[in-house]
Design a protein around this ligand. Structure first.
Ligand SMILES: C[S@@+](CC[C@H](N)C(=O)[O-])C[C@H]1O[C@@H](n2cnc3c(N)ncnc32)[C@H](O)[C@@H]1O
Length: 225
């Protein structure tokens, strides 16, 4: 495993998307992009951590597999799904996306399984090619160390995507002193990654954020040819 996540499982769970929803951090832009995607049957969230249910709110997906290298984060996600009660920031997101508490319960039930796997290095994912209608990653591929590493991880991440299936994701750009060891994300790099994986980009842009540690993020959606 390479790449350093911003915080360990419990601190991350308590810091992000917890109490009040934090506007201006790019989350609302990601939610808006996801709300444009059509309903899908099978969704795979890579580097899911504890937060797949946040991104599930604007989506319509029947069957979610959450993949992460960290068992503790997936355990938090599974416990949260079993409880089925949105925390305050999630309640705001439900409102923003015009979803109800019942919608949230349905999304909790859609969590069909979790998978511990290294999505940046390691062997191919244990998901059959073409077995998924939507592949997402939020904050995973930006942990790659070099452009080649990013391209390789992107290619492997999208092998399970069926023809006609969708991908979506976001990668936060650290302020320069935190950039060490992370790939520099550029429009050109994403375009190359899309082309290599046979995916047509529908949306690709950089969004500003008020978070001083991560002042911008790249946001994309695309469809496999
Ligand atoms: C910035 S967090 C984002 C978590 C979540 N997707 C979200 O939106 O809040 C990055 C996530 O990637 C996971 N991760 C880091 N390296 C990984 C790897 N090599 N393979 C799979 N997951 C990894 C971390 O455990 C963490 O859950």
């Amino acid at each position: 495993m390479t790449g350093q996540t911003v915080a360990a499982a419990d601190p991350y769970w308590n810091r992000y998307y917890n109490a009040e929803f934090e506007f201006g951090m790019g989350t609302e832009d990601v939610l808006a992009a996801l709300s444009e995607l059509p309903p899908v049957r099978r969704w795979c969230d890579l580097g899911a951590g504890s937060e797949s249910l946040l991104w599930s709110i604007p989506l319509t997906a029947d069957h979610l597999i959450a993949v992460d290298v960290d068992l503790d984060r997936l355990a938090i996600l599974s416990r949260y799904a079993a409880q089925g009660q949105p925390r305050p920031a999630y309640t705001t997101v439900l409102r923003m996306c015009h979803r109800t508490a019942e919608d949230f319960t349905r999304r909790c039930r859609s969590l069909a399984g979790t998978l511990v796997a290294d999505c940046l290095d390691g062997p191919p994912l244990a998901l059959a090619p073409g077995s998924t209608d939507l592949v997402t990653q939020f904050g995973l591929l930006g942990l790659a160390e070099t452009p080649e590493h990013f391209l390789d991880a992107w290619r492997r991440a999208h092998v399970p995507l069926a023809p006609g299936g969708w991908c979506a994701g976001a990668n936060w750009v650290p302020e320069p002193s935190r950039q060490t060891g992370r790939v520099t994300l550029t429009q050109g790099l994403y375009r190359r990654a899309f082309a290599d994986a046979g995916i047509h980009p529908h949306l690709l842009h950089r969004v500003a954020s008020v978070d001083p540690q991560f002042p911008s993020l790249w946001l994309y959606t695309g469809r496999k040819q």
